[in-house]
Design a protein around this ligand. Structure first.
Ligand code: NAD
Length: 433
């Protein structure tokens, strides 16, 4: 199939390269010229394991190309994938300006029948709205299909080639069949729905996963008070197959470009039809508060944080990504600086992106965890990069002012801490020293 992908971000680029790998002819489009010129030069504008090799190979073999000329890409394609951003508005509602604009541009370029496949996460009713927008601008025939994306940053390539399921929402049987064919090699779990249900499936999935995270974090907070260990509790409940082990890792909560915005958007979607989604509102609130548990733990040890130097290990919202959108590190560092602490921050991949959203004289940017820990009063571990649990605590202790480790991701285990001399706090597990 000849495919145009509009929006060459985390979703668009990974989907584009996946379809190219499946031997389709793919043109990725973006309005950001610097992104396109980098890609044309073989440079990958985002960090995602395994992506670079696939992009380079498929481009070299002539199945994958990049352009900022949306109209030309649309004219050459039978299938147009919309994968532009749908960020939050200040109200929490999804901002549909980018996808509406992309749909208009596609409509104006159409010169024959197209299948338009929406991968962006959009509120219920958006695909019907886009259908109308396009129909007003063109007489050409087209079908709209909603195929929400479930990839996770950090494992996006793996997820795209091994999806748990593909959801195809459409009113048109012929378009559904074409989109089923496109995905047949990836999974047998293909669920065909109407447009509105497909849109809702995406929000309901993310809301449910966010709920699991906030649930285990509240259990963790109670565990701390009653002297239980949340990792044992999570293991014990996870073996119940009705519950499962996934997303039961206590920590400082979720962040990133999806869960925070999609939970807010679903609260708004419900609110627009006069339904108060009380459970989800609490999930969001718990998640926000959980970030500040790092600050409270530091205060319990030091009292006033003014004048302290705090090493921050990890800025990305999760490991194996350079994405810092709504990362807990943003709120935590802001709070530390507000309270008069100096921050020494590091991240293996996400430092450049983080500096674009937050810079301050109170922050020193460090090469690695060891440099950040030098002369620090405490380490706050915020992202579970594997390299952060490889440090010898005895060695770290020698370079720090105070041997304090606040482990926001429960990475360290008891054996590593034994005889280390560290004051150790984690989330929902017993304190040490
Ligand atoms: P992103 O911000 O990384 O990429 C979006 C790209 O679209 C940008 O490069 C932007 O320049 C481009 N763009 C915007 N308008 C355009 C236009 N008119 N023409 C051409 N290009 C245009 O976004 P993302 O993280 O890839 O997310 C895309 C969508 O997928 C969102 O709706 C998001 O909620 C959803 N989603 C994201 C993830 C994820 O993990 N990132 C997972 C599942 C679903």
């Amino acid at each position: 199939m000849k495919i145009a992908v509009i929006g060459t971000g985390y979703v668009g680029l990974v989907s584009g390269v996946c379809f190219a790998e499946l031997k389709h002819e793919v043109i990725c489009v973006d309005k950001e010229l610097s992104k396109i010129s980098k890609l044309q030069d073989g440079e990958i504008p985002i960090y995602e394991p395994g992506l670079q090799e696939l992009v380079l190979r498929n481009a070299a073999e002539g199945r994958l190309s990049f352009t900022s000329d949306l109209a030309a890409a649309v004219r050459q394609s039978e299938l147009v994938i919309l994968a532009v951003g749908t960020p939050s508005l200040p109200s929490g509602e999804a901002n549909l300006a980018y996808i509406e604009q992309a749909a208009r541009e596609v409509a104006q370029a159409m010169d024959g029948r197209k299948i338009i496949m929406t991968k962006s996460t959009v509120p219920v009713g958006t695909n019907h709205m886009l259908k109308q927008v396009i129909a007003e601008l063109t007489d050409q025939p087209f079908d709209i299909v909603s195929v929400p994306e479930f990839l996770r940053e950090g494992t996006a390539v793996k997820d795209t080639f091994n999806p748990d399921r593909i959801v195809i929402g459409s009113d048109d049987p012929a378009a559904v069949q074409a989109v089923i064919e496109l995905h047949r090699q990836l999974t047998e779990n293909i669920i065909v729905t109407d447009l509105r249900s497909a849109e809702m499936i995406k929000y309901a999935s993310n809301a449910f996963l966010a709920t699991k995270i906030s649930f285990i974090n509240e259990i963790a907070n109670i565990c701390e008070k009653v002297g239980a260990d949340v990792s044992q509790v999570a293991a014990g409940i996870g073996y119940d197959h009705r519950i499962g082990h996934a997303f039961l890792r206590a920590g400082i909560g979720y962040g990133g470009s999806c869960f925070p915005k999609d939970t807010q958007a679903l609260i708004q979607i419900a609110g627009n039809v006069d339904y108060e989604f009380k459970l989800l509102k609490s999930v969001v609130d718990v998640n926000h508060q959980q970030r500040f548990s790092m600050i409270h733990k530091l205060e319990e040890i030091f009292g006033d944080l003014k004048g302290l130097t705090v090493a921050i290990w990890g800025l990305a919202f999760k490991p194996n990504t350079d994405d810092v959108r709504d990362a807990p590190a943003i709120d935590i560092i802001r709070e530390l600086v507000l309270r008069g602490a100096a921050v020494k921050a590091c991240d293996p991949i996400a430092m450049d992106n983080f500096r674009k959203v937050m810079d301050s004289e109170a922050i020193t940017w460090c090469e690695d965890g060891l440099e950040a820990a030098c002369d620090a009063d405490a380490i706050c571990l915020l992202t579970e990069w594997q390299e952060y649990c490889r440090y010898q605590l005895k060695h770290l202790r020698r370079v720090m002012k105070h041997p304090v480790l606040i482990d926001g991701r429960n990475m360290y285990n008891q054996e590593q801490l034994q005889d280390s001399g560290f004051i150790y706090r984690s989330i929902g597990r017993p304190s040490m020293n």
